[in-house]
Design a protein around this ligand. Structure first.
Ligand SMILES: [Zn+2]
Ligand SMILES: [Zn+2]
Length: 265
């Protein structure tokens, strides 16, 4: 009797220890607010991220697509529907003055709350579990877009070495796999070591990335419709510059996409 009580207690103890070890590796908590996910698993209303056990219902309910009028070229939100109701092809001031080399930008979610936190966790804490969730959100947006090959905005080799991975490449890999399209790696290179774009003005961002990219295998982009991927769209300077390099090297079309868009105002 005593023996069986001891062994039962030991097993219970071991069970608790192994659970805490598991929780250390994958704590069953919302990545955004730390709420417990134990009573939130399953069910339809919880969306793809929760199916991955990443966010709680409250944080996930804050993930809302950008809706409303936007520039048909770069997707910059317009303050009202007025501009587009008169001419549906009305471009924003920036695209009119400075037409981008890309034909379209798909930037479906605002960079705020849950997804902003998620992107930071992927970028700086290497929470690669998020990639599946982000790719899941993006593929729904990209289904109507025609493209032949997928390419990611590269990091400069020195920055890549210090951070070890390129989060845009992880997204690009997932998207290429989903749509069964070739992923072009080592085609677009960042030849100029640029400052981080954070905190720079629009003008300085443009200057910072000017001539930053070089296409080393032009034959792989020649005549192709390319999907160029980054994580966050801010002024679009980096994607604009990447698209210029690809078009100059013979790409037929470049569509750019990011999961999130940062509000500029
Ligand atoms: Zn939460
Ligand atoms: Zn625009």
């Amino acid at each position: 009797m005593l023996e069986s009580f001891i062994s039962h207690a030991v097993i219970n103890k071991l069970h608790t220890i192994s659970n805490s070890l598991l929780n250390l590796v994958y704590p069953n908590q919302c990545l955004c607010c730390d709420a417990s996910l134990d009573d939130q698993q399953g069910g339809d209303r919880q969306g793809i991220a929760q199916k991955n056990g990443l966010f709680c219902a409250v944080c996930w309910s804050k993930v809302e697509r950008l809706e409303g009028a936007a520039c048909p070229r770069c997707a910059e939100p317009f303050p009202s529907q007025a501009a587009l109701s008169h001419s549906p092809g009305h471009l924003c001031g920036n695209c009119r003055e400075n037409p981008p080399a890309f034909s379209r930008a798909i930037t479906p979610y605002p960079y705020e709350e849950t997804l902003a936190r998620g992107i930071q966790l992927l970028k700086y804490q290497r929470q690669t579990r998020l990639v599946k969730c982000f790719v899941g959100l993006l593929v729904d947006e990209l289904r109507p877009i025609g493209f032949d090959r997928v390419i990611a905005i590269p990091l400069h080799v020195r920055r890549l070495r210090s951070r070890e991975f390129n989060q845009s490449l992880l997204l690009a890999k997932g998207i290429a796999r989903y749509f069964n399209r070739p992923l072009l790696i080592d085609t677009l290179l960042r030849t100029k070591e640029t400052l981080p774009q954070v905190g720079l003005t629009r003008k300085d961002r443009k200057k910072n990335v000017h001539h930053a990219f070089h296409v080393v295998k032009p034959d792989t982009v020649g005549g192709q419709r390319l999907l160029l991927i980054d994580d966050v769209y801010t002024t679009g300077a980096t994607l604009r510059e990447g698209a210029i390099a690809l078009i100059k090297s013979g790409a037929k079309e470049v569509v750019v996409t990011t999961l999130c868009r940062m509000a500029l105002h």
